[in-house]
Design a protein around this ligand. Structure first.
Ligand code: BEZ
Ligand code: FE
Length: 294
């Protein structure tokens, strides 16, 4: 009898899944059943292992609240976020490559003028970030594009992880490019950091013998009229975790040097009494129709 069920259960569920549903729901439901059953047939879990799997997912759900999304973290460390991203950006030829959004973006971040220092109470060596935004197809500069940027400080924490000790939002802001599509701002140099690993995703990483670290980076989300929104980071050249980013987010094109400068007059005219770093990156956005075509 149980041999019969083993042989027939997948077909029986496939016949039911998606009955009466719209075609896309049916496709997704049936693929889910096919792949889940194939996984079980391959792994042949014991009852105790199956319960451990259910417990893991239950703990993952319980870990989620308005500040923490453990399921996204799970998707990130399993490479699923990067796979979904890759599938959705196949046609963005010539555009700057995208990578994971991560959990620390804040909707409608505080606006700041070009040249502002957004470090607030964050600690670290001063960093001048400068760059431009252009159309990937024509190379034309994109004026008035919105550039959102956010990053961790030298302690490896984002403002939203320690709002009380940072005294509010810092190390993040929204800028608008000038008539030549340029932007620049001051902040502090971020360091590499471990993703939140005190929950079930951290347990999974330990069980898999993996570290939780991401290489140092600055996040960008860039919006321009009639262009696909770009979600990306720029990673610090030379970081020890570039080859082993826990969320598989590093792309060669997104690595840039943080040039070291001595005290003196900075490229934007600011008088610096201490050494500082400079990150320069030029972004190219795909025209919106290339995303629609995809
Ligand atoms: C981040 O870079 O902020 C991030 C991305 C994925 C998971 C955790 C953090
Ligand atoms: Fe990050």
């Amino acid at each position: 009898m149980s041999q019969d069920i083993e042989n027939s259960i997948t077909q029986a569920v496939l016949a039911k899944a998606g009955q009466g549903a719209d075609p896309r729901i049916k496709q997704i439901s049936q693929a889910l059943v096919r792949h889940l059953h194939a996984f079980i047939r391959e792994v042949e879990p014991t009852q105790a292992e199956w319960k451990a799997g259910i417990d893991f997912l239950t703990r993952t759900g319980h870990m989620c609240d308005q500040h923490r999304q453990e399921f996204i973290l799970l998707s990130d460390v399993l490479g699923v976020s990067m796979l979904v991203d890759a599938i959705n950006h196949r046609k963005d030829e010539g555009a700057t490559q995208s990578t994971v959004l991560g959990p620390f973006y804040v909707d409608a971040p505080p606006e700041a003028p070009l040249g502002a220092d957004i470090a607030g109470s964050m600690r670290g060596a001063p960093l001048l970030v400068q760059g431009s935004v252009r159309d990937a197809a024509t190379g034309q500069p994109l004026a008035n594009a919105i550039v959102d940027s956010w990053h961790a400080d030298e302690s490896g924490f984002y403002d939203v992880q320690k709002l009380e000790s940072f005294g509010g939002l810092c190390g993040r802001a929204r800028f608008r490019t000038d008539a030549q599509g340029r932007f620049h701002f001051w902040t502090v140099k971020p360091s590499s950091y471990p993703i939140p690993d005190d929950g079930p995703v951290g347990d999974l990483l330990k069980a898999q013998g993996r570290h939780p670290w991401r290489p140092a980076h600055v996040h960008f989300m860039i919006f321009a009229d009639n262009h696909s929104t770009l979600v990306t980071h720029v990673f610090e050249q030379g970081d020890e975790y570039l080859e082993s980013d826990v969320v598989f987010g590093v792309k060669h094109q997104l690595i840039a040097p943080l040039e070291q400068h001595g005290a003196g007059i900075a490229p934007d005219g600011r008088r610096m009494t201490q050494p500082f770093f400079r990150l320069t990156y030029d972004f190219a956005l795909a025209p919106a129709q290339s995303q629609q075509a995809a």
